[in-house]
Design a protein around this ligand. Structure first.
Ligand SMILES: NC(=O)c1ccc[n+]([C@@H]2O[C@H](COP(=O)([O-])OP(=O)(O)OC[C@H]3O[C@@H](n4cnc5c(N)ncnc54)[C@H](O)[C@@H]3O)[C@@H](O)[C@H]2O)c1
Ligand SMILES: O=P(O)(O)OC[C@H](O)CO
Length: 329
């Protein structure tokens, strides 16, 4: 079977992992990096030394600094940080083919304009068919060929089906959905809750508290998701509960590790160690969206308050423990 032409925008850990997946069954997969020097280093080293040391880039992957590499692609995977998506989509507009699938693989919400990433695509790339790929998946696991399952969502059912067939491999399995908004909400929110789980771990609150935090985070995610039109099966699925469990339970998650460092006393400005922590960009906008929808999200609010220096980690824990007792919901 000949696979559809595919290109990847963004050459960090996740971009490289997805390009490697897409290279299975394709002769050439362009991989765009926004810094030409980074593209040149990837082409020379055949690995992303900073983000995925020791994990090779597949032979069919062609790193480039030229955005016109997407010209003939019927599928474009957008794997840049969430806050960079608008500028990259705007620059891609002149090159993207009419009717090409534009698959959002970042997890976040646009902070300045309070837009979901699919709304950015609709505004900046009117010729695109938008989709999102999200779920429990660490780039290094995917590069090692370890089994992974994620969701691919598009409002057009036929597109979701095509993408699941075009991107899946034996070890990277895509389940399809038409609940694009539900998938986006899960991916964005889990990063904020992973920071909270990391803080609890860093503060040494114990395994019982960790489990309680995940369950109550899921309650918050479900409340917000339902208010914004997400479906129950999406929130319960790979991109919701699945990714929440992964990211709240492993220091391999950069968001969890960031929270852990905060819990151990690191300053907000130092805690990420220079790594991308999408939850730090999402916390405020998530809380604003929840407030606008009349949804209570005390854990997300606590994370936002800590990151904005309005509360210390200990004061936030006290505030959560002092909340009035209520029925479980
Ligand atoms: N790493 C994972 O395991 C993983 C898994 C699933 C989803 N994601 C999501 O994928 C997205 C990218 O994460 P990552 O892990 O590849 O991050 P990363 O830090 O490894 O790489 C980010 C890349 O984006 C590039 N970049 C930075 N600013 C840019 C800009 N303005 N325009 C274009 N490119 C820019 C950087 O040069 C870097 O190559 C995030 O939203 C993340 O949540 C990551
Ligand atoms: O390292 P994180 O916290 O960005 O998480 C990576 C993936 O989103 C996990 O599914």
């Amino acid at each position: 079977m000949t696979r559809e032409t595919l290109a990847v925008l963004g050459a960090g850990a996740w971009g490289v992992a997805l390009a490697n997946v897409a290279a299975q069954g394709r002769a050439r997969v362009p991989l765009w990096a926004h810094e030409p020097a980074h593209a040149a280093a990837l082409a020379k080293d055949r690995e992303n030394r900073k983000h995925l040391p020791g994990l090779p880039i597949a032979a069919a992957v062609a790193p480039t600094g030229d955005l016109s590499c997407i010209r003939r692609a019927r599928i474009v995977l957008a794997v840049v940080p969430a806050q960079a998506l608008r500028s990259v989509a705007r620059a891609a507009r002149a090159h993207l083919e009419e009717g090409a699938a534009f698959v959002i693989c970042a997890k976040g919400i646009e902070r300045d304009r309070r837009h979901f990433l699919s709304e950015i695509v609709a505004e900046e790339l009117p010729q695109a068919r938008p989709a999102a790929l999200s779920g429990p998946s660490f780039a290094a696991d995917v590069c090692k060929g370890l089994p992974t399952a994620v969701t691919v969502a598009a409002e057009e059912e036929a597109l979701a089906l095509t993408l699941s067939e075009e991107i899946s491999t034996r070890t990277f399995r895509l389940y399809r959905s038409t609940d694009l908004r539900g998938v986006e909400i899960g991916g964005a929110a889990k990063n904020v809750f992973a920071i909270a789980a990391g803080m609890a771990s860093g503060r040494g609150l114990g395994a019982s508290a960790q489990a309680a935090l995940i369950a109550r985070s899921f309650a918050e995610l479900t409340r917000l998701g339902r208010a914004l039109g997400a479906r129950n099966e999406t929130l319960m699925g790979l991109s919701g509960l699945g990714d929440l469990v992964l990211s709240c339970g492993s220091a391999q998650s950069r968001n969890f590790a960031f929270g852990q460092a905060l819990g151990q006393g690191a300053a907000v400005k130092d805690a990420s160690g220079g790594k991308l922590t999408e939850g730090a960009f999402t916390a405020r906008v998530l809380v604003e969206m929840a407030q606008a929808a009349g949804v209570e999200m005390p854990i997300a609010e606590a994370v936002d308050a800590i990151l904005s220096a309005r509360l210390s980690v200990d004061a936030a824990i006290d505030a959560l423990l002092m909340r009035p007792l209520k029925a479980e919901s």
